[in-house]
Design a protein around this ligand. Structure first.
Ligand code: AMP
Ligand code: GLY
Length: 424
């Protein structure tokens, strides 16, 4: 076993900033490169497009990279792990076949049904079968859930209150509302309950369940307004107690991993299961084949074990030998975002107050930021900086994270003050 690893982390968001922070705490990390990264990882950034596999491969060879950690889903769905198969380079993330669990909602739903994994009833529709789709909608009770089959940058799910709107939207989606991603649409029964995010690290055989988190997707307080990439997160989730997690493990995690093996689909890396707690019983809303953002900004701080050691377990099929220790404290992250987000917003605003926020005992994870030539930190995205904080309980953690978000300054800054308030 090589002691000191040279690691390339692909991605540029708050998730990757949190992973980089944790990777850098490992004595096993000899060198970390982040591609392309953001202002928070400036000392490690390399200008590489994670989707340009030739360039990534060349960089890995030229810089003797031992391990490639893939943050976002797009390179996984496009087969970055396949590219390095058999090369000796350790890739954290599944090959394209396994990444279909996120890359195609139809595939994921068929998989769940064939392995008896609890999920909402569904029907898959294309332009040829649109009339059957209308009939299925008529058989359901409102609200109606329509999902683009392919990757749509987190925007491909639409929930409609009326049957007429649902039918119109189904037609619009099939006609290219999300381009090719919605040429197939999954219609689903609506599940009512509270959501949470379960993260599983697996080497294909063995698995470890990471701290459970809940994210807050809507822009407005009280979960109102349009969906965003995520406005904050909390871990742990009080309702995900021992009994609930036993059900998650027995009815979802184990059948999923067994189902993948039975179907001959190799899978290693992270599996992110978006769950609905329906009267105490977990049902799968979606699978993702990567960590969540902004959940990672509360999950990484709560992992006490050496992350690189766990990565090695994933890549070398030695996860059985690895212990996962977690911090019992609560962690909350509050995302500061650009004014106008998730619609149009301005970029290039100077950010200040980072040290002040750190003085509030926050760990700051950069998301949409970049450093200019003068070393100033500027906004460069909708979600700008995540302020994560620990507390003895959720209230204390949320209080600190909020004070951190208040201390951050840039023109047009907005954040939600009610992250985790529903769980206290
Ligand atoms: P996704 O992009 O798959 O994460 O879906 C976005 C959001 O839509 C989810 O986080 C849920 O809040 C909601 N959603 C998706 N599917 C359902 C469903 N079957 N029932 C209720 N809500 C759903
Ligand atoms: N926070 C949800 C996601 O990363 O998809």
């Amino acid at each position: 076993m090589k002691q000191n690893l040279r690691i390339l982390l692909l991605g540029s968001g708050g998730r990757e900033a949190a992973m980089a922070w944790k990777i850098l705490q490992s004595p096993r990390t000899e060198k970390l490169f982040v591609a392309p990264g953001n202002a928070g990882t400036a000392d490690h950034n390399v200008s590489l497009d994670p989707m340009d596999f030739d360039a990534v491969e060349q960089f890995v060879e030229q810089n003797s990279v031992d391990m490639v950690v893939v943050g976002p889903e797009q390179p996984l769905v496009a087969g970055i792990a396949d590219r390095f198969a058999g090369s000796g380079v350790k890739v954290i993330g599944p090959e394209a076949k396994g990444a279909m669990l996120e890359g195609s909602k139809e595939f994921a739903k068929e998989f769940m049904f064939s392995h008896g994994i609890p999920t909402a009833r569904f029907m898959t529709v294309t332009t040829d079968t649109v009339d059957e789709g209308y009939n299925f909608l008529e058989s359901l009770k409102p609200p109606y859930v329509l999902k683009a089959d392919g990757l749509a940058a987190g925007k491909g799910v639409i929930i409609l209150q009326s049957l007429a709107d649902a039918k119109d939207t189904l037609a619009d989606m099939l006609e290219g509302m999300f381009g090719q991603a919605s040429s197939t649409v999954v219609i689903e029964e609506f599940l009512s309950g509270i959501e949470c995010s379960v993260f599983v690290a697996t080497d294909g055989e063995e698995y470890r369940i990471l701290p459970v988190a809940k994210d807050y997707k809507r822009i407005g307080e009280g979960d109102t307004g349009p969906n965003t990439g995520g406005m904050g997160a909390v871990s742990p989730v009080p309702f995900a107690d021992g009994e609930f997690m036993d059900r998650v493990e027995r009815s979802i995690v184990q059948p999923t991993l067994e189902g993948l093996r039975a179907d001959g689909i190799p899978y290693s890396g992270f599996l992110f299961i978006g769950l609905m707690n329906v009267d105490g019983y977990p049902m799968v809303i979606e699978y993702n084949v990567r960590m969540g953002d902004p959940e990672t900004e509360v999950v990484m701080p709560r992992i006490k074990s050496d992350l690189v050691d766990i990565f090695e377990g994933i890549a070398d099929k030695t996860l059985a030998l690895k212990k996962l220790e977690t911090d019992p404290r609560a962690c909350v992250t509050v995302m500061t975002v650009s004014g106008g987000y998730p619609d149009a917003y301005e970029k290039g605003k100077e950010i200040s107050g980072i040290e002040k926020a750190e003085g509030e005992e926050c760990i700051l994870f950069h998301a949409g930021t970049r450093a200019d030539q003068l070393g100033r930190v500027l906004t460069s995205g909708g979600r700008v900086l995540a302020c994560s904080a620990f507390g003895a309980d959720i209230s204390e953690a949320a209080g600190k994270a909020l004070r951190g978000a208040e201390a951050i300054e840039f023109e047009g800054k907005y954040f939600r003050r009610d992250i985790s308030a529903d769980l206290k």
